[in-house]
Design a protein around this ligand. Sequence first.
Ligand code: DGL
Length: 294
Amino acid sequence: AAGLTDPLDTAARPRWPPQTEVRQMTALDRRPIGVFDSGIGGLTVVRALMDRLPFEDLIYFGDSARVPYGVKSVATIEHFTQQIAEFLLKRQVKALIIACNTMAAVAADVVRQVAGEVPVLDVIDAGARSAAQVSQQGGIAVIATPTTVNSNAYARAIHHLRPDARVYSQACPLFVPLVEEGWLDHPVTRLTAEEYLKSVLVEDVDTLVLGCTHYPLLKPLLQDVTDNRLTIVDSAVTTAEATAVRLAELNLLNPQRGMPNYQYFVTDIPLRFQTIGERFLGRSIRQLEMVKLG
Ligand code: DGL
């Protein structure tokens, strides 16, 4: 709330207001978790967080006016990402979750810089960890947006954890619009998936990483197209798990067992936003607010 000092931001602010006011601040563990994405896709991560951490308050930020990020340059994505991280830090979040694979691929360092002591988790770190663990033979396919694939972030993260891994990446730019169109089991999507996956399926892979917020919605179709042969890593679920573990380690889990509060901020509310968003989230969206950044 306005006027309260953020103890996580000691360098930037004077030692003010006096102690009495400081004592009224929300305890660290009762603060919300900030989750952000380029648009509504990150709601797949929010959904997984709601399931895994049902007592945590969440603030979601979706940059719906400037989506998609997956085809933008690194400098632009860094700039936008910093604005979003700062917006959430001002709302005193206890952790930041980069739900967007593209932002995690090229701007995770920017977020960690502005976050200071606030823990930052991201979908690539969690997805890479899970893939390195579950792959039997080390052959791992990663599908993602063009910017994520170009950054090589997944391959780097996986190799770091498992140097013997063979990582094959494929950009799937048509998946984002197809998912937003709701064509989750449409012949066009099936054909597109078959075409995209051709190049990775000729390799000896046993694991498929869904390296984009939108792809978890295509999981049944992708399982089908790959004849259920591959272990699918859904980075939404693995990120929620990693968040639960990290917050527990840091003693930051909310001790209260009340109804959690969910707030959603977006930079635009385009046509059908609510419908599409609720498909990603699997429940209704209340407390939706439009804000301007920068
Ligand atoms: N959120 C993006 C990702 O996970 C997909 C949408 C976009 O391109 O902005 O990569």
